[in-house]
Design a protein around this ligand. Structure first.
Ligand SMILES: *Cc1c(COP(=O)(O)O)cnc(C)c1O
Length: 365
């Protein structure tokens, strides 16, 4: 079935559901908002959303375009986590999506375009992320004006944690501050709106102040933002490619652009059908990265090129052109984790998976 793919990502539906269950078990009665922005973190938006349809109560996307794609697949409430552009407001309202609001004026725009019943919004408060939301000091004043917007219904109030996997003290204090604000807003404006703050790292490390909704992203894909919780999760994506050539190179041969690697001895070298145009980071060049072939680590040699990479297969017998190689994931007893690739490439796991290219076929298994 994969015979024709040169570079593909197998998406394990059972692993996805396993991870969703792990999250569900930790969050009690809270609702699970599955974050599927950026093509479900590179895993394939519609396939992932359909797989999680029974586990998640609502879904989160980055923008209107993603919301429209998702709506075609699922009936669940869809929250748009990023800010709306002025030219998108009418379409967001018509689509019944839940926009995230950062000011009273923005809410006023939605109030103006509402046609069929009230528009549910997510009222965002900036408690330290510095990216979206009403500044914390003004939140109460702004919120008290909302009952004047007759076409607006508050779905939820929320904030975002900037250091949930880096600074536990700040995060704990931030959660307390947000908890107080939630109380104040609920006292000031009656309504049954929900509160949410925890993303993956927050959910894992600070599960006591749960609030009503949890926004789960990377952990659903089996990648823990905190290494100590990794064993709870199953990576969902295995990223594969094929051996396109096998060549015996004499000692002293230069490999790839820049001639940064010169064979120290006679070597058998495989050329693989994956490169930075597939999302395999160029920054892995000469960083001791490896690819798995038959469950063995084979060193990446020289620089990553656009469509091809070279690896040392000297120790592998009977290798055939067309054989599979694993860029990320498990093969036998060996594994190249997303965290390993991110560490070597000097980036974060979120970037590795969202960069997996459009040329890479997503194969749901
Ligand atoms: C992306 C995003 C999340 C998910 O974050 P993870 O760390 O991947 O769990 C949660 N909330 C908001 C507002 C986001 O933008």
């Amino acid at each position: 079935m994969n015979e024709s793919y040169r570079c593909w990502a197998e998406i394990d539906r059972r692993a996805l559901r396993h991870n969703a269950k792990v999250v569900r078990d930790r969050i009690g009665a809270a609702e699970l908002l599955a974050v599927v922005k950026a093509n479900a973190y590179g895993h394939g938006l519609v396939g992932v959303a359909e797989t999680l349809g029974k586990d998640a109560q609502l879904f989160g996307v980055a923008n209107l375009e993603e919301a429209i794609q998702l709506r075609a697949a699922l009936p669940h409430p869809i929250m748009i986590l990023g800010p709306a552009l002025p030219q998108e407001i009418a379409t967001i309202a018509e689509g019944g999506f839940i926009p995230t609001i950062s000011s009273f004026e923005e809410a006023g725009e939605f109030n103006r375009v509402a046609r069929e019943g009230p528009i549910s919004i997510n009222f965002k408060i900036d408690t330290g992320m510095g990216r979206m939301g009403v500044p914390e000091s003004e939140a109460l004043d702004v919120f008290q004006k909302f009952p004047a917007l007759l076409n607006i219904k508050i779905h939820s109030i929320s904030t975002h944690l900037p250091v949930s996997n880096e600074d536990a003290n700040y995060t704990r204090e931030q959660l307390q501050r947000f908890g107080k604000i939630v109380k104040q807003l609920r006292a000031a404006v009656p309504g049954d709106f929900k509160a949410h703050v925890l993303q993956s790292a927050g959910t894992l490390a600070f599960s006591d102040p749960l609030f009503d909704i949890v926004r789960a992203g990377i952990m659903l894909y089996g990648i823990s933002p905190l290494p100590e919780f990794q064993k709870l999760f199953k990576p969902v994506m295995i990223w594969k490619t094929r051996i396109a050539l096998v060549r015996d190179m004499p000692k002293g041969s230069s490999i790839s652009y820049g001639r940064t690697f010169i064979t120290p001895r006679k070597m058998r070298i495989a050329t693989l059908s994956a490169g930075y145009a597939d999302g395999y980071p160029w920054d892995l060049s000469n960083r001791d990265a490896a690819v798995l072939v038959r469950g063995q680590r084979c060193a990446l040699l020289g620089r990553v090129t656009m469509d091809l990479i070279m690896i040392d297969v000297s120790k592998i017998d009977n290798l055939q052109v067309g054989d599979e190689a694993v860029l990320m994931g498990r093969d036998g007893n060996e594994e190249i984790s997303c965290a390993e690739l991110a560490g070597r490439a000097g980036t974060i796991t979120w970037e590795i998976i969202t960069q997996v290219g459009s040329r890479v076929r997503r194969v749901f298994v």
